[in-house]
Design a protein around this ligand. Sequence first.
Ligand code: FCB
Length: 467
Amino acid sequence: MSSPDFGSDFAWGAASSPYQIEGGGTGGRGESVWDEFCRQPGRVFGGHNAATTCEHLSRYKEDVAIYREAGWNAYRLGISWPRVMPGGTGAVNAEGLDFYDRLVDELLAAGIRPWVTLFHWDYPLALYQRGGWLNRDSASWMADYAAVVVSRLSDRVRHWFTMNEPQCFIGLGHFRGVHAPGDKLGLRQVLRAAHNTLRAHGETVRAIRANSDGPGIVGWAPSGVVAMPASDSAEDIAAAETACFDMSAGNPLGRNEPNPLWVNSWWSDPVYLGRYPEDGWLRFGDAVPEIEQGDMETISQPVDFYGAIIYTGSIVRAGADGAPEVVPLTPGFPASSLGWPILPESLYWGPEFLFRRYKSPIVIGENGLAWNDWVALDGSIPDAMRSDFLRRYLSALARWKSGGGDVRGYFHWAAMDNFEWHEGYKDRFGLVHVDFVTGQRTLKSSALVFRDIIREGGRSLFPAPPR
Ligand code: FCB
């Protein structure tokens, strides 16, 4: 009996976002909240900014060539909203749209399917100045922009993510203030902004369906807490599952503000189940958003997949009365250079719990390791830790798949080293190493390991078939 694999349709690739890699002159792009944020002293590590970053704008052909060499059959790229619409609405920057048109052609010619994210945090500054996500019109602003992109690219692009991690651009950007635009709004306003992003997601799904040249495959890319059980006991598994979705103050993964915003149900129940979770609604009391007629229907437009973003998680066990309790990690527990614990099982339990609740096929939208890689004397980049990370995490995903899990793709973060938001350039996530002085690109050792995995369809990662 041959061992199972991920299947010939599986999307194998890596991801990027426009602001983090494009750089290299404006090309008619409008300003985003991140341009403004980077100018403010003390906001970004070392005063770094993304003005140059990977210069993908001018080097995209070279980049696609190296992606091809890396063996990916898919690539998750983002479109910069202010590059397409400098003012956020209205006039289109033809040069910007042409860039993505050429990029899509280049990818397809290299045998790489583009999976396009319409919004990955570089919010048009002009719209922020008109109230941004607090303005109810923000939903139609996004849908109008999406319609322009979809009309242009959908003869070649089939796969769409509406937006990337609203938990971050709202939670980190508008609540904690550590990401652009750097606001620290009160809970009531935060929840209103969050509600508008959900409406924007729904209106964008409609815009994709209405303007797509062929049948679009549509999802989004949320992040959220992942809890994994401390043991295989039914009690620990139930406690971990509860911790992923429970909005009550009893959930240790959502106890303090703004943590409840990272509990999956606040965002994903509206999208997949058409309603906000009742325990969250009770908990937020007066701060809950005003819901107008038709909002929940807009938000819960049917989508085709759940683009889970998973890097790490928490280990949870059943405490008194079965309530979830976090198991502290042992001293020296493995962690990335950003301090994120290495927990490969998150790629088993994350998909499992999300699928149980939302019944939507899973695509891993991002997963990866921050590390301080450097070029060795022989010119190679021997990032053994990332290779090991890949094997461990993908093995957990393979185990989920072999138990019947419906997973359609895996996008490693990141395609290449890039501008890591408020962390600047101090940590590296890429499969491709970028020298930020010379611009030189080099495949890291992990990219070669990943290529081998892709070539064999991940077969070697699968547990022995059941006898
Ligand atoms: C995700 C973001 C991505 C990158 C990785 C490390 O939250 O979507 O842009 O910053 O984390």
